[in-house]
Each structure stands twice: as C-alpha cells, then as structure tokens.
Write a protein of this length. Sequence first.
Length: 430
Amino acid sequence: MTPFFPLRQKPHSSPLKKGDLLVLFGELFSRGYANGLTEEAEKNGMTIVRATVGRRDRDLGLRALTDEEAASIPKPFINIPLEAGFDFEPDSEGISPVDRLKEIRLSDWESFQLSTQKWEESRARGRARFKENVAAYIAEVEKLWKPGQNIVFAHLMAGGVPRAKIVMPLMNRSFKGSGDRYLSSEKFWKSSIGQLCSMNFNEVTAETFRHLLEISTPFREKVQNSGGHVSYTAYGYHGTEVMIDDQYQWQTYTPYLQGWAKIKLEDISSEYFKKSVNCCVYNCPEILTNSSSIFQGVEVSLYPLLQAIEKEAPQSEKAKKILTECKGLLKEDCSFDDLKKYLNEYLTHPVIKQMNVYKEWPMHSTQEHLERMLNSSEEIVQMHKDAKNLITFVLSEVVFESCGYVMLHDSWSPKNSSAWIGHDLVAKCL
C-alpha cells in the first residue's frame, strides 16, 4: 500500500526558465489534466515538445500521422507512434486479442475462456514495439535539446480498454448499470475479458512509465552531466481529500478498475525515486471530462471544492469570481447551502462511507452503492438551470490549472515518489 502523502502548501516557483523543455510522453487531446500542465509551462516560457500515439489504418496497422493530420499540431512535434498496449498485437498464430473477442455475443461473455499464454505473446510483442518507438522518440528529443536546457518529462499515458465491441457494453453495465442492467464490477474483473483489461491497463497506464524512465536514462545522465536538470511527472488517481463535515477527509470513486494499474504506476515511481531520479506520480482530484464521462458519479466529489475555495481563498478576487459564477448556474430555488447540505449527506451516508477505506483501495462496488451514487449524480444535475452547463465544468478548469502549477514546480525536487493534490491545495493555488 502506498503511504498517503498529501501536499499541503503551494510550491514556490521552480528554477525552470524560458527555453527549458516540457516533453509530453503521450498525445495531448481535448481539455484534461495535461492542459493545465502545458499552460503553466507556457507561462514560464518553456518549449512544449508534443507527441502522438499514432493512428490505425483500415487494416489496423499502426502508423505516424499524415502531413494533413499533423498540420494543426504546434511544433516541435515528434511524429513517432507512442501507442501502448497489445489489444491489436498479433500473437504467434497471427491473431490479436481483439480478433479473439470478435465473435463473442453478450449472452456468452461469462463462458469465454482463453489461455493467457496467447495474450502474453501479444503483450511481449506489443511491449517490444513500444520500447523500440520510445527509443526512437528519445533520440529525437535529444536532437532538440541544447546544453543548458532543463527538461520535464510528462507521462500522459492512461487507459488501455481493449478495442473490442464486447468490452464497452460490459464496462458500462459495471459503471452505470442499475436494476436488471447492473453488473458486479468484481464479477466482470475476474472474468477472462476482465483479466485482459487488467493486463492491458497495466501495459498502458503503468509499464509505459517504466519504459520512459529506463530508456531515457543515458540521455538523462547526459543532461545532468552538462549541468542540466531532468524530472518526470505522471498522473495518478488514488482518491482525494475533500470537505466532509467541515474537515478534509479522504474519499474515492468506486468502482475504479484502473486503480490496480495506478498502484503499479506508483510502485514504478517509487523504484526509480529510490535511485535518486526526480519522479513523482501526482494523484489529482476527480474531474468531469469527455474521457471520464463513463465514470458517471465521479464528478459528485468535485462539488465540495466550492467549500474548499471558500475556506482557503476568501480574499482572492479570482476565487470570488469562480464562486459567483458557480452559484449562478444553480436554479433559483436551489441555494449554495442546499447543495452543500446535499453533498455532505451523500458523502457521510453509510453506503458511501464504506467504500472510503484507504487501506482497502481500490474496491468493487455493490449494487446499492452504485445506484445511490448514480441517483445522486442525477439529482445534483437537476439542481442546475441547464444540464449542459454544470458547475463541474468550471471547477474542472480550476483543478487543471492548480494541478498544472503544482506538478510543474513541485517536480523539480519532489519530496515523495507519489503525492496527493487535495481540494485544500487546489484552492490555495487560487
């Protein structure tokens, strides 16, 4: 179990300077955590080195972006596919895991069995392909680097859901199912398809960080021997401290099936941190984005950030503006106090609290827990004037910005291999 290590104070600006490099290890898509990091780097005059995971052709072969696809990406941009995972990787028989899942019907998913030997073959081949591309990518970064420049590598890899049609309906039932549509996340996770997900999650979310740290070692030493500085950041999730009963308490979203891979990510960071590498996994608060929308209910724990902002930044004009904007999104007959009362009742409910046990994280949900969370999510949406204009959109931007600042500057000399950014620190950064 990773020891809980919350950051409490806003870090001072690091020695990072104009012209230093923020190297993105992964592709920057629509609004998400990484946007906050890149925007903070740009404020400091750093050069952003962008990357791509590549694209798949009609025959599912992995390729670099075409000139047309790459035209809108700011330069410098390294056009080497960094897609990780092995769901499309053929085994010794020329068959990929996705191919093996093609013919499975929803009614037959529980009975599907396959020796993991074939998946291990695909994983080994996928890993070899990825490491070869990472080596080529680091070589291109080295060409961009000039003596005197410091470097921050930002690991953006996460996910790894096998891209087979059978998978998403099952995951939707595990994350959003109620009544007859409910599917126990534990039952799904222990199935053959769930085990494939677990293996691919580890490859994408965790092992990619190991490959980055390992393969960039000669370059890192070259930079450091020239007087430069190198650090590594990664995005984690391991629950968040939010305001409950007027004090900050750790809580989490359940069921978070990526959790086991996130623990592996923390373990890898710890391994290299002990070797005196400046690396840290930053466990960030829950947000609501396009990529997190499958986890309906995760956003409920974002709303208490309003209370943290009130407590930690009472004199901040920016904070006052945020609070005013958020209050204005609620219906006329729903006050801010009504929302706070509802949130506290939700977070202190026995069914919810039983999932907030740090030493047992991550946990599988029960039907009662999942339905209460989903219903609460819907009820909070109904408190808004417009279901498409939610407080969570505003607060997600606050999280992006604050986490970007903390990660960029704390990573210069991290105090621990994994750290937590709670609502208190997010608010203090305002």
